[in-house]
Design a protein around this ligand. Structure first.
Ligand code: ATR
Length: 288
C-alpha cells in the first residue's frame, strides 16, 4: 500500500517503457510487505544532472540506472564503489541520508546466477567470452575474482579485447582471439559466454557460433533474455550442453540492488517468476 511513508526507488534510463525492473521489484516489495515502490523515469541525457539533483531533493531512496546513463551518471554521485569504478559504470544507487552511493551489480549478478542456476563451481575452468563491450567489462571483472584457469576474450574489434586483457591480467590469466580462431578456441574451452547483441530480438536466428562446434561438455551462457532461448542456447541444448539464459543476470543484478536499498535478501524465484509472468501476458496481448 502506498502512503506518506512509502520509500521510492527509481529507474533512470532512456527509453524505459519496456523495462521489466518495475514489475520485478514491485512484486518483491509486495511479497515481503515492504513499504517501497519502484517507478521508471524516462530521463533525456541532457537532463540527467537535474534528475540526480531531484533524487536528493525528493529523498528518493535508491535508483537503478540503465542505458544511456550508466557511465554519464558517475560524476554526479558522491561515492563510487571500487567495483563500479573499475568496471566504469553504475547500475545501482543508494541514497544514504543525502549522499548518493554508486554500485555496479551486473557482473556479480551474472556470476551469482551462473553459479546458482547451473551448479558449476568455475574452479579450474577455461572461460571464453564473446564481446568486449560494457556488459563484458562487468562480467569479466567478476569472473576474474573466481577460481577460473583462464579467460579468453573474443571480439570483432581486437584492440578493445587487448585493452580489457591489460586491465584484467593481474587478476587472472587472459587470452585474446579473433573470430577466425573461434572454432579452435571453443574446442579448448569449458564455458562459453555470449555478451554481444547477436541473437537479440528481432534477429533471433543469428548466432556467432556454429552448432556443430558445441559439445556436451560445454556450459553455454547467453546474457540476452529476449528471446529467453536464443539461437545459441537452442543449438547448445540440442548438442547436449548445459545452458544458462540471460534472465538470470537480470534477476540477480536486481537481487543485489534490492539488498542494497532495503537490507533484505529477496527470493530470486519470486522475482524471476514475476518477469516470466509479464512476458506471458505480453505474448497473450500480442496474439489477441
Ligand atoms: P553492451 O553494453 O551490451 O555490452 P556494447 O558496449 O555496445 O553493448 O558492446 C556490444 C558488443 O557486441 C561489442 O563487443 C561488439 O563488438 P565490437 O567491440 O567489435 O564492436 C559486439 N558486437 C555488436 N555487433 C556485432 C556483430 N555484428 N558481430 C560481432 N560482434 C558484435
Amino acid at each position: 500500500m502506498i502512503n506518506s511513508k512509502t520509500k521510492l526507488i527509481g529507474l533512470l534510463g532512456h527509453p524505459v517503457a519496456h523495462s521489466k525492473s518495475p514489475i520485478m521489484h514491485n512484486s518483491m516489495f509486495q511479497a515481503l510487505k515492504l513499504n517501497y515502490a519502484y517507478l521508471a523515469f524516462d530521463v533525456e541525457p541532457k537532463q540527467l544532472e537535474e534528475a540526480v539533483t531531484a533524487v536528493k531533493a525528493l529523498h528518493i531512496r535508491g535508483l537503478n540506472v540503465t542505458i544511456p546513463h550508466k557511465v554519464e551518471i558517475m560524476p554526479f554521485l558522491d561515492e563510487i564503489s571500487e567495483e563500479a569504478r573499475i568496471i566504469g559504470a553504475v547500475n545501482t544507487v543508494v541514497n544514504e541520508n543525502g549522499k548518493l552511493l554508486g554500485y555496479n551489480t551486473d557482473g556479480e549478478g551474472y556470476v551469482r546466477s551462473l553459479l546458482e542456476e547451473t551448479g558449476t563451481t568455475l574452479i579450474g575452468k577455461k572461460v571464453l567470452v564473446l564481446g568486449a563491450g560494457g556488459a563484458a567489462r562487468a562480467i569479466n571483472y567478476s569472473l576474474s575474482k573466481q577460481p577460473i584457469r583462464q579467460l579468453v576474450i573474443v571480439n570483432r574489434d581486437k584492440e578493445k579485447a587487448d585493452q580489457m586483457k591489460n586491465e584484467l591480467k593481474k587478476q587472472v590469466e587472459v587470452g585474446v582471439a579473433g573470430y577466425e580462431e573461434l572454432e579452435e578456441e571453443i574446442r579448448k574451452t569449458d564455458v562459453i559466454i555470449n555478451t554481444t547483441s547477436i541473437g537479440m530480438f528481432p534477429h533471433s536466428h543469428q548466432s556467432l557460433i556454429e552448432k556443430e562446434w558445441i559439445e556436451p561438455r560445454h556450459l553455454v551462457s547467453d546474457i540476452i533474455y529476449n528471446p529467453l532461448a536464443t539461437q545459441l542456447l537452442q543449438d547448445a541444448k540440442e548438442q547436449g550442453a548445459v545452458v544458462h539464459s540471460g534472465l538470470g543476470m537480470f534477476v540477480y543484478q536486481g537481487v543485489l540492488a534490492f539488498e542494497k536499498w532495503t537490507g533484505i535478501t529477496p527470493d530470486p524465484n519470486v522475482m524471476r517468476e514475476s518477469v516470466l509472468e509479464s512476458f506471458r501476458k505480453e505474448d497473450l496481448d500480442a496474439n489477441r
